[in-house]
Design a protein. Sequence first.
Lengths: 157, 157, 157
Amino acid sequence: MTMARRMAIIASKGTLDMAYPPFILGSTAAALGYEVGIFFTFYGLTLLRKDLSDVKISPLANPAMPMPVPMPVLVSALPGMETMATAMMKRKIASKGVASIETLRTACLEADVRMIGCEMTVDLFDFDRRDFIDGIEYGGAATFLEFAGDADVSLFI
Amino acid sequence: MTMARRMAIIASKGTLDMAYPPFILGSTAAALGYEVGIFFTFYGLTLLRKDLSDVKISPLANPAMPMPVPMPVLVSALPGMETMATAMMKRKIASKGVASIETLRTACLEADVRMIGCEMTVDLFDFDRRDFIDGIEYGGAATFLEFAGDADVSLFI
Amino acid sequence: MTMARRMAIIASKGTLDMAYPPFILGSTAAALGYEVGIFFTFYGLTLLRKDLSDVKISPLANPAMPMPVPMPVLVSALPGMETMATAMMKRKIASKGVASIETLRTACLEADVRMIGCEMTVDLFDFDRRDFIDGIEYGGAATFLEFAGDADVSLFI
């Protein structure tokens, strides 16, 4: 009997763009028969919130972001631009038939991807556990390492 | 007969600084006899463009970037500062005898590093495949995981 | 005889938030009996400086950063805001009983975590080796790959 492959991910970013890789890789790997564990820490912990409407993208400090209209950096810093860039990105994602973060997260949960919220981060940022979705566990770096020690693929996102 | 070591990289950033790690690690690993595969996704896909002149660095939101002259954040946001910071960084790189991204990318191709462009990203950002270099393949998260499942080193950049 | 597990980390970021993951994961893994090596490159190299007082956090381009008071992006770009955000974050960290970077770095050194400074980065940014702490070594991508080739967990931070 061969053991299933295993993938261990640390999700440390909380922006809309970097919210995709953990959930896309997690759900795809699970579909391929991988055992998957994702440790949500620092800003990444916000991806476990019930309400994901605060997950935004910033056009700042990312000259590689394809924008429909070239925009001077200073304009990108104006009030409302994060909200506008986020709305534009979400429209683009939907129009291309790419699933939303919510959908991909649900797919991960349904495929038994283990989701671990970082306890230290909950405490550090005064988060309320009631704001997070059900079906997750809480732990620390040791919890991650216990799982990751036998992983075939490990990624820090 | 022992199998060659294998390294699987996801290149997700498109800035000048983060363009270096995948190509430096890829070409070095290949020289050491590793089998290397790099999956270019999100902003990282722009690193497969024929024309790399748009690859820039941003001095914003990175207080750790060593700048020749300390610069207030607001000045960093002025029009032209990304271009200036990029030019300064490129001069520094050249003056130190460090290879350009183009050179390192060619070294990777010549060493048979497998380069995979993310299909979903091509579609999402309306990229044109004719803008990308030859000698690459296209695929998705499953393509990456198929290769990464047997990797000795896996990195998300 | 079984070999100890091994974790290989590349630390490429120099901000206060991203300074934590390498040292927390490094010291925790070492406590669990892992052999740990961290390769400090690009902005990450600044984390090996004797004086860590320059390690700052930027509230810019990170809409996921929990701030005590919501702040328009343009205000975040005002002079002094990096310093203010850094001071606030440090107070928060201390008030929550989380160790400082200095303490975690010392814990890593005492647990024989191998710390490798990137030679190319030293040269590129004209760093002075006398500014770095004792007990570290210097090397390149090949040094990292030699160690990482036998790692159970590999992470690019």
